[in-house]
Design a protein around this ligand. Structure first.
Ligand code: SF4
Length: 427
């Protein structure tokens, strides 16, 4: 109890992010807010009341009667996270910050907050809350061990669908694993989790799906199929649940016929695949070793044999890219026949190997984090074009790919499954 003899009140805040499409923004962020901050909420002891706020969905009442504020941060919304922290600090409220950006630049974050959580929060959250109650918050809380995924409380204690944090157009977000052992140099995930991967016990995931009753699920894992044996058992266990589901996956799934079969039989209708580039030189330049450009079309064909749709994730600006990459990518997409593709410009996020490399080569052009938005600005000197040429080429692809002709083609190719994917991907 706090000094007013009531439970301590915590606000956990996901600050606003600028994105190209408001719907895409909203859906993406609700998905992540739903999982990560809800897990933290679920493990918070009963003498605390926790309220989650996504700044896109609702305004923050900076004068609210709260005892502790937690803010999460990605690089491109870190300036907004700092602004939120500043407002609460002005009102003498203690603020703690975590997330990728605070983890990779803890000293920077510490200038704006009382405490910084470095790494996964689950292990240090109980200690932090205890210190808070004793008025002894430390400057940094570093999680040295990976968080235990066995026995995780069910994140969705509260109603999801029909609430302002869950629309009917969105699948319910879940994770079966955390991390990735691959070493793609532009990726923050492998750095955050030290190139490890951990899996939740399958029985607990099945139990969670049964208890929540959700029939439409998005598995937000970074690379679930890394352990093919686990993936097979997992997909087989999903079969009796009669659900529809989607997941992010590496393209290597196309090489596992049994996995594809089990995925399709258990209700999978769409894969989100990070092909990243159709240019092998570009893939090599960022150590994306698992992607072989010459195998992409055959892989899509194989996946479609199982009636699973494909959304591609493509990045422009790698060191192998020349100005011709934009037209080449559009030509490739005509042939690929996938449900959709989503594009971004390369961003050297702090903490990644790419950031270190470009910094060493004096190729970082801006350290203004609000420009580190994959869909807005080029913040580094590309190798084979000028920054404005990368921005213009990227915009050209976005516009051309979203002309009525292309959209209609995708709608026809997508068939009824298009209604099962997130509408934000079409705007
Ligand atoms: S495979 Fe994906 S999650 Fe793994 S390191 Fe590469 S980009 Fe990151």
């Amino acid at each position: 109890m706090n000094k007013n003899s009531r439970k301590y009140r915590i606000l956990l805040i996901n600050p606003y992010q600028d994105m190209r499409s408001w719907i895409m923004y909203k859906e993406r962020n609700l998905l992540s807010l739903s999982f990560t901050t809800r897990t933290i909420k679920a493990i918070t002891p009963d003498d605390f009341e926790v309220k989650l706020i996504d700044q896109c969905v609702e305004d923050i009442d900076f004068d609210a009667d709260v005892d502790l504020v937690g803010v999460t941060s990605l690089t491109h919304n870190s300036y907004r996270a700092y602004k939120v922290a500043e407002e609460f600090k002005k009102r003498n409220k203690p603020v703690v910050m975590g997330g990728y950006h605070a983890t990779f630049l803890p000293e920077e974050a510490k200038k704006c907050v009382d405490s910084v959580v470095i790494g996964e929060a689950e292990n240090v959250w109980p200690e932090l809350l205890n210190d808070f109650k004793n008025g002894k918050l430390k400057a940094f809380y570093k999680s040295n061990l990976p968080a235990e995924l066995q026995g995780l409380p069910i994140a969705a204690k509260e109603k999801y669908y029909g609430s302002k944090y869950g629309s009917f157009s969105m699948p319910y977000p879940m994770h079966a694993s955390r991390g990735c052992t691959n070493g793609c140099s532009y990726c923050s995930i492998n750095r955050f989790y030290n190139r490890t991967i951990r899996y939740r016990p399958i029985i607990e995931i099945i139990d969670e799906i049964k208890k929540t009753g959700y029939k439409f699920i998005a598995f937000m894992d970074d690379n679930l199929i890394l352990d093919a044996k686990y993936a097979k058992e997992f997909f087989a266990a999903l079969k009796p649940l009669n659900i529809k589901w989607t997941m992010q996956t590496s393209i290597l799934i196309a090489e596992h016929e049994e996995l594809l079969k089990l995925a399709a039989e258990s209700g999978c209708f769409c894969f989100y695949i990070g092909v990243e580039s159709i240019n092998q030189l570009s893939l090599d330049s960022v150590d994306k070793k698992i992607n072989r450009a010459e195998k992409f079309l055959a892989a899509f064909k194989k996946i479609k044999e199982y009636e699973i749709s494909i959304v591609l994730l493509i990045i422009f600006g790698f060191d192998g890219d020349t100005k011709s990459v934009f037209n080449q990518t559009l030509d490739f997409l005509k042939e690929a026949g996938v449900l959709n593709a989503e594009f971004s410009m390369l961003v050297p996020f702090p903490g990644t190997l790419l950031y270190k490399k470009l910094k060493k080569e004096n190729r970082i052009l801006s350290y203004d984090w609000k420009n580190y938005n994959p869909g807005w600005h080029c913040v580094f000197q590309p190798k084979n074009m000028e920054p404005h040429e990368l921005e213009a080429g990227f915009k050209k692809v976005l516009i051309k790919y979203n002309t009525p002709f292309w959209v209609l083609k995708r709608l026809i190719a997508g068939g009824k499954k298009i209604f099962l994917t997130m509408p934000g991907y079409y705007l």
